[in-house]
Design a protein around this ligand. Structure first.
Ligand SMILES: Nc1nc2c(ncn2[C@@H]2O[C@H](COP(=O)(O)OP(=O)(O)OP(=O)(O)O)[C@@H](O)[C@H]2O)c(=O)[nH]1
Length: 684
């Protein structure tokens, strides 16, 4: 039931500040993120222990190379020098520090710092050439940075065959020259190499080093980080240790009940929270004491009928206003499944939260109010019943249970049940649900009828002998978990954790995350380390596709991560682009869509402004055949192929590659006007 997002209490009616809601730009406060600053700006405090100060002292005796080798096997090889004494200007100091960092990432502390500095200076801050010099030449060729430090340098012995430097008992280092390279964009005159296999896709090449979420500056202006080394490590680790993901999955989850995520949607006040709250109470997931407390407190504010809803509506404002505002979470078990409920808000103002909930779900429960007039206002008159059903389908949910709720208010009328089912069946079929994937259940969240066992109400028993709600949920098929595919986790929440690092929460669409893994935060392409993983608030060492997780990350700044970002496999990265082709279904537009039409694009939890930049083809709705090339406009209920341009690059996949990340929704003035599947991605 954890809710971390600080986006509750907001009204999403029309326009709102997406920067506030979906993360914010560090550009607004400073031109550099804190992590960039610490990496690229020279910090004098780091070099206060200048070796030259000690070397000038008469007390320190010279050590021969032999002594170094024999008497000090565990010698700390990092000998700092006073960079200030080199009289470099600020820019060169910064370059020197960044090259040093790069070299240390590769060499660790095996080579004295003064040797590194000299090599960097010899090659005018080109760290690749400096690295080659250090690795390929005998130490005598590497001149110390300062005259009086040369006596202290240990001998660097090169094994000519393998080109592996042997420094005392230093760890073996493979030269980067052994590894196939591709040339990436140049940074300030130096060639920057990327390990082959660290797939630099065309779209991502342009911003592979950008480190702030909103940073649009080209990569050529920004320094490369040590991502390549981390990726190299990761490739090696994967090769050495990793069990294949399928075996990991069956080892970990083989004996467990399958996890099923169900989003509960429907028009405002349809009774979603009451229904699920009562179901949880009946299953013993809520203690009598807690329920008694809710009963007393709800009575006090004159809202006793909301007592079950309070199980899921946890905040004061939700309880006082009697509406759900953010996605409530809870879980229970059926005979064969562990079910995680995502109770979405019904009010139109909170559609983005509802989309976030639906984006995490495997299946959906659509709740409709059977009360005369209420069903009609939710369905016929621009209510949320239609919009939610469409949105959920657009997000890839194909299995649906429809709870025809509050049937107690119709005296358990079979006629009313049939009337509503008939109307919904026609609509749901048009919306893309198969008849066989939709089940209708009569029930009452308030009285608890037909929730976890066959009904006792005689009037209902007269005409209904189908399954209860719990059995319908148990019968849902759990979708296949693509654990063998490269990691993709969509981030729907970012929050500060206790202790070090910070947490991102979201759903793993593809692949596996292990504690200790290096992952790439996209689209900024920073490498982070997974410090811990929690599934439904319980700590775990591993999580799989289909899991809704909270992951604690280190190595990146929280400022550089935002809702809507993706954690990607660092080797097989997610495509990043701002232009793509989509096949759209247009729902409901007041004015026809024309070239240049502005929209808000929803992709998982991300919301970005976008434009339809080209209308490529109008298609036949049922057969998909081409009706017209380059139509001038798109009207209601049309199907078309269009090109869309987003205001900045985002992480996307083609629908055929990763369904969950290959869908988009387009909204205008708080109304969903179209849903689409990404058919092609353009890299320009
Ligand atoms: N008679 C009757 N009333 C119900 C039933 N279920 C819910 N209600 C009442 O309907 C009102 C709204 O219920 P909620 O559970 O808050 O509805 P909701 O769909 O979760 O509302 P939002 O999440 O804000 O859209 C409350 O007053 C409930 O007591 C039912 O089965 N029968």
């Amino acid at each position: 039931m954890a809710r971390h997002r600080n986006i509750r209490n907001r009204s999403y009616s029309d326009d709102y500040d997406y920067d506030d809601v979906y993360g914010h730009s560090v550009e607004e406060d400073s031109c550099l993120s804190p992590s960039d600053a610490s990496q690229w700006l020279y910090d004098r405090s780091k070099n206060q222990q200048a070796i030259s100060q000690f070397l000038e002292s008469d007390d320190i005796q010279e050590e021969t190379e032999e002594e170094v080798v024999n008497t000090r096997p565990g010698l700390e090889r990092r000998e700092s020098i006073d960079i200030r004494s080199l009289n470099l200007n600020e820019e060169n100091e910064a370059k020197l520090m960044s090259c040093l960092d790069e070299l240390r990432n590769i060499l660790g502390d095996t080579i004295p710092e003064n040797n590194l500095v000299q090599a960097i200076l010899n090659h005018n801050f080109d760290y690749n050439k400096a690295l080659d010099e250090i690795l390929n030449n005998n130490s005598k060729d590497v001149k110390p940075a300062q005259e009086n430090s040369k006596n202290t340098k240990p001998k660097l012995v090169i094994d000519q065959v393998s080109a592996i430097p042997l420094v005392d008992k230093a760890p073996i280092i493979t030269t980067r020259s052994n590894i196939p390279k591709v040339i990436a964009p140049k940074f300030e005159g130096s060639d920057v190499e990327i390990i082959k296999g660290f797939k630099l896709n065309q779209a991502s090449a342009g911003n592979s080093c950008s480190s702030t979420p909103r940073d649009q500056s080209p990569a050529t202006e920004r320094p490369f980080k040590s991502d390549c080394n981390i990726i190299e490590d990761k490739i090696n680790k994967i090769k050495e240790n990793k069990l294949d993901p399928e075996s990991q999955y069956s080892n970990e989850r083989g004996s467990e009940k399958e996890h099923l995520y169900i989003v509960v949607v429907g028009h405002v006040d349809a009774g979603k929270s009451t229904l699920m709250g009562h179901l949880l109470c009946k299953l013993g997931e809520v203690s009598q004491r807690t329920l008694h407390k809710y009963e007393q407190e709800s009575k006090k504010i004159g809202k006793q009928s909301f007592m079950y809803a309070w199980v899921l509506d946890e905040t004061g404002e939700e309880r006082v206003r009697g509406i759900t505002m953010d996605v409530g979470r809870a879980q229970f078990e059926t005979k064969t499944k562990k079910v995680i409920i995502l109770d979405a808000p019904g009010h139109a103002d909170f559609i983005p939260n509802m989309i976030t909930g639906a984006g995490q779900a495997d299946v959906a429960l659509l709740v409709v109010d059977a009360t005369r007039g209420e069903f009609e206002s939710g369905f016929d008159f621009g209510g949320q019943t239609r919009e939610h059903a469409l949105l959920v389908r657009s997000l890839g949910v194909s299995q649906l249970a429809v709870a025809i709720n509050k049937l107690d208010t119709t005296n358990w009328s079979e006629e009313r049940f049939n009337e509503i089912s008939k109307k919904l069946k026609i609509f749901l079929k048009q919306a893309g649900y198969k008849d066989s994937d939709v089940t209708f259940v009569p029930c009452s969240g308030l009285t608890g009828e037909n929730l976890i066992k066959a009904p006792e109400e005689p009037k209902l028993l007269q005409w209904y002998n189908g399954p209860c709600l719990l059995d319908v949920i148990d019968k849902f098929n759990v979708p296949q978990r693509p654990v063998s595919k490269p990691l993709r986790m969509s981030i729907n929440d970012v929050f500060k954790a206790t202790g070090s690092g910070f947490c991102v929460a979201g759903r793993i669409e593809n692949g596996v995350i292990n504690k200790g893994d290096k992952v790439m935060v996209c689209p900024t392409k920073e490498i982070a380390e997974v410090r811990s993983i929690a599934i439904n608030d319980l700590s775990n060492n591993i999580a799989f596709a289909g899991d809704q997780v909270a992951v604690t990350l280190s190595g990146v700044d929280i400022q550089n991560v935002a809702i809507g970002y993706i954690l990607s496999d660092p080797v097989q990265q997610i495509p990043i682009s701002s232009r793509f082709e989509a096949r759209l279904v247009v729902f409901n537009v007041k004015v026809p869509i024309t070239k240049g039409f502005p929209v808000l694009l929803h992709h998982q939890s991300l919301v970005e402004s976008a434009h339809i930049i080209k209308l490529k083809a109008l298609l036949n709705k049922s057969t998909g055949e081409l009706i017209k090339k380059n139509p001038r406009c798109l009207g209601n209920n049309s199907v078309a192929v269009v090109n869309i341009e987003v205001s900045r690059p985002i992480c996307i996949e083609r629908y055929k590659d990763v369904k969950e990340l290959g869908r988009v929704m387009l909204r205008v003035s708080g109304v969903t006007i179209a849903a689409g599947l990404i058919t092609d991605i353009y890299y320009t």
